[in-house]
Design a protein around this ligand. Sequence first.
Ligand code: AKB
Length: 313
Amino acid sequence: MTSKILIIGSSGQIGTELVLKLRQIHGNENIIASDVRVGNYEVMKSGVFEILDATKKDDILKIIKKHHIKQVYLMVAMLSAIAEKIPKRAWELNMNTLFNVLDLAKDGFIDKVFWPSSIAIFGPSSPKKDTPQHTIMDPTTVYGISKLAGENWCNYYHNKFGVDIRSIRYPGIISYKTIPGGGTTDYAVEIFHEAIKNKTYKSFLSEDTILPMMYMDDAIDATIKLMKNKNIPKYESYNIAAMNFSPKELSTAIQKYIPDFTITYKDDSRQEIANTWPQSIDDNQAKKDWNWKSKVSLDQLVKSMLNGLNYNV
Ligand code: AKB
């Protein structure tokens, strides 16, 4: 019997596209999508979908047994901005779901796990530019704290119980199929919807706030590449990088295709979070260990976003 892959959190921004790409690679029948809420049309119609609350370990186990799952991508998380509003719930969701999956791997029910970390693990004392793989990490958000704790727990389960866990520190991910929810980098997706609909956008980050960003295709490529690699030296959550820009620089890149687009700035509490994050990331370790390389430039990203949202350029 073919072993199958379970995506938990398949209705979210990254989960949605991961399901679609993995179904292309492994066949629709081998990729099981799951979430607490139904997903987008393409995900729902192309294969099996299970309603799953990943805070309940027994429910995950039932699905693992039912579908002969051997690999799990755990894409559930409460993101940085929303987590600040409900810190305790965010901590519980982000940590309990991880423990459930790590324990199922430790107990031999699954062979391999992917779990996403984030640039949010860095903080005000981390170097802002070319932030290294190993450096000071002093996250100021609940989300960042949960991701850094999660990285350490993955390390622990790997060293102590031999769990095969792979992880990436995603920058802000930009895509058009599903909107992100509750992050600090969400402006870089919203801006495209508003540019097309209203020709104007009010940014909640100031014009010169530079953050590391990446187009979804690169993020999915990296994730699958890391999971496929047979020679990862040891567990670590990898820095990966593609591009860095501010709201002003992104608006200029959009104006190339929508010349009458305008942007205004009114920062809110998300600005404080962004101020503590890196402006650029050093991803040499990922390049060396598993040959990671970003393929999508800012101009290609802008064109793909606009075309994807049916504004043909
Ligand atoms: C967020 O803004 O919270 C996320 C992230 C960078 O992890 N997009």
